[in-house]
Design a protein around this ligand. Sequence first.
Ligand code: PGA
Length: 255
Amino acid sequence: MIPRKKIIAGNWKMNKTQAEARILVADLIQEIGRFDDAEIVLCPPFTALAAVSELLNSVTNIRLGAQNMHEAASGAYTGEISAGMLRELYVRYVIIGHSERRQYFHEDNATINRKTKAALAAELRPIVCIGETLPEREADTWKKVLETQLHEGLAGFTDKEIADIIFAYEPVWAIGTGKTASPAQAEEAHQFIRKTLANRFSSAAAEKVRIQYGGSVKPENAKELLSKPDIDGALVGGASLDARGFTAIIKNACL
Ligand code: PGA
C-alpha cells in the first residue's frame, strides 16, 4: 500500500482582510515555507485569494484553497463564484459542504454532489466535509448520518473520481466548541468512512482516499489525532488564524 501523504488545511472562514492575510502568510512562509512532510493548504476568504496567491508564488509547498464555489460555470447567480474564477487565481483545492454551509446556507447532499462534480471537472481538488451533530452523536445515529451523506453526496461518482476527493470528517459538535472527538472516536469514524467507501466503490480507491479530521484541532491534540492510521490530515479552523499555532499543528502532527 502506498502511504497517504498527510494534508493539513487551514480554513480561515470569514476572517482576515487582504492586509491581515498578507501578514499571516508572510509569517507562515517563514515558518513552514520549506516543510515537505505534509501537503499544506490555506483557504482564505474569496477577497484575500489574489493577495495570498501572489505571496505563495515564491513557495512550492503551500497551496491555495477556497472555502466554497458554485456548481455552474457562469451565469445569473448573484454573489457566487465559479471554479474557473478560482482557477484563474491558482486555487487548487476547494472546501465543499462545510457544516456551516449546510447549516446556515441550507446546502444539502444533492447540492454538494453537484459542486463536487463541478470542482473535479475543473481540476480543483474538493475537500468534502461530512459529520454528525451532537443530537445525532448522542442518539448513536452517526453512522447512518455519515452513510447518507456519502451515499447521496457521491451518487453517480466513479472510482477514479473518489480517489481524487479529500474527505473531512468534522463532527459538528466539535467545531469551534473547544470539544474534540477523542482520537479513538475520530479513528472509529474514519474507519467507518473508509469502509463505506470501499463497499460502494473499490477498496483500492478507498485506500487511496485521504480523510482529514476537523473540529477544534490544536497544537496540543494534533499529534495524537494524526497518529491514528486512518486520520490522514486535519482541517483546522480557529487555530489556523495564527501563524505560530498553525505551524505547531503541522510540525506536531508530522514530525
Ligand atoms: P475549528 O473549525 O478548528 O475552529 O473547530 C474547524 C472547521 O470548521 O473546519
